[in-house]
Design a binder for this molecule. Structure first.
Ligand code: NAD
Ligand code: MG
Length: 381
């Protein structure tokens, strides 16, 4: 799901390198029809979905002479994941848009390799309960959560005292609010260590990405908010750490390369050989760690607040953030406005203590309206 994105294309590199182990059944994209067609011609899946219905005929015509089914629209996304021939679903759509297909995959008993962290942020209780009920595994793809998952191998009966999520600090690490008030989208899109989709790159610059990852970790590893610590580690070599009850800490290290966590999730519990560049300690004589600056980057505290209050508040946080990041990428609001829109939306949206899936959809829609008004007011101001 989301094969044309940053995670999707890297996942296909892994398929290309492991043709005897992996076969693609379905590929999906929002509107990058040309790349979807190219991928379909190379990997010959059973079916493709182009979510944007306006592109259906174009994709259909291009794949006409091939034995590949073509579907369009958001509903098709939830249908294809349930196909009998699928063994595992890689959820790599960005944002709330990935929620329904991930739920549909779990409902059909398919294990999920989860990159789409927003799914757990929005509806963590619902998704993890459903997975338990269906006996379905969710394998983390997010590098920090993969690191924790790897540290937990052989430790499943040992209690976690706490986990430490590492954060690079993004392009604006060490800067103050005055500096941040002048930064542009071009500045924010330059991540020091990772090349990723636009939305997560902006989330990394605001630190909302780490906020979302705190919530994601809470659901994946059944942790209380106070068991999740964040530490800035500018080199992105230590991908995260677990501290056990005897005080021992385990970490997972490697060069920043998403193909490793994607591959680990797809092949778990096996580690298969790779040709990825190996980490060399002498090239990194200094691995450093520093405290996160929650004052300058309020997104971190907003995410913690959403996690503590629970209910639909993380869903509200996510929806407002998606709208604000979109507006920032359209040059409509400033960098500092992003967290401001999220904070005000969290104050305005209706609170639901125990939301159903329908409630989440409604809350997402309501918040998008609230956040859009807030961003429009900022444009006028
Ligand atoms: P991206 O923008 O590069 O790709 C997103 C993919 O989702 C594309 O294939 C796009 O066509 C599809 N998509 C977007 N909107 C859609 C919609 N409404 N309906 C159907 N499909 C839609 O994003 P990415 O960087 O690959 O990130 C994907 C997910 O993985 C995000 O949740 C992100 O937080 C997470 N993640 C990414 C990275 C990374 O290195 N890129 C690392 C960790 C986690
Ligand atoms: Mg991450």
């Amino acid at each position: 799901m989301g094969s044309t994105g940053s995670i999707g294309t890297q996942a296909l590199e892994i398929v290309r390198a492991n043709p005897e182990r992996l076969q693609v059944e379905v590929l999906t994209a929002q509107n990058n029809a040309d790349l979807l067609i190219k991928q379909a011609l190379e990997f010959e899946p059973n079916a493709v979905v182009i979510a944007d219905k306006a592109k259906y005929q174009y994709v259909k015509d291009a794949l006409d002479k091939h034995d590949i089914k073509v579907f369009a629209g958001a509903d098709a996304l939830t249908q294809v994941v349930q196909m009998d021939t699928i063994d595992i679903v890689l959820a790599a759509i960005v944002g709330f848009a990935g929620l329904k297909s991930t739920i549909a995959a779990i409902e059909a008993g398919k294990p999920v390799a989860l990159a789409n962290k927003e799914t757990l942020v929005v509806a963590g209780a619902l998704v993890t309960n459903l997975a338990k009920e269906k006996g379905v595994n969710i394998f983390p793809v997010d590098s920090e959560h993969s690191a924790i998952f790897q540290c937990l191998a052989g430790e499943f009966h040992n209690k976690i005292e706490k986990i430490i999520l590492t954060a690079s600090g993004g392009p604006f690490r060490g800067k103050d609010k005055k500096f941040l008030s002048t930064v542009t989208k071009e500045n924010a899109l330059k991540h020091p260590n990772w090349t990723m989709g636009a939305k997560i790159t902006i989330d990394s610059a605001t630190m909302m990405n780490k906020g979302l990852e705190i919530i994601e970790a809470g659901w994946l590893f059944s942790l209380k908010p106070e068991q999740i610590e964040v530490i800035i580690h500018p080199q992105s070599i230590v991908h995260s750490l677990v501290q056990f009850e005897d005080g021992s800490i385990k970490a997972q290290l490697g060069l920043p390369d998403m193909r490793l966590p994607i591959q680990y999730a797809l092949f778990y519990p096996q580690r298969v050989p790779s040709t990825f560049t190996r980490f060399d300690f002498t090239s990194y004589p200094n691995l450093s760690f520093e405290k996160a600056d929650a004052e300058t980057f309020p997104a971190l505290s907003l995410a913690r607040e959403a996690m503590n209050k629970g209910g639909n508040l993380p869903c509200v946080l996510n929806a407002a953030n998606e709208v604000a990041v979109g507006a920032f990428l359209n040059d409509e609001i400033s960098f500092l406005d992003i967290a401001d829109v999220v904070e005000k939306s969290m104050q305005k949206a209706s609170f639901i203590a125990k939301p159903s899936l329908e409630d989440y959809t409604k809350s997402d829609e309501e918040t998008r309206k609230i956040a859009s008004v807030l961003t429009t007011n900022k444009v006028r101001a």
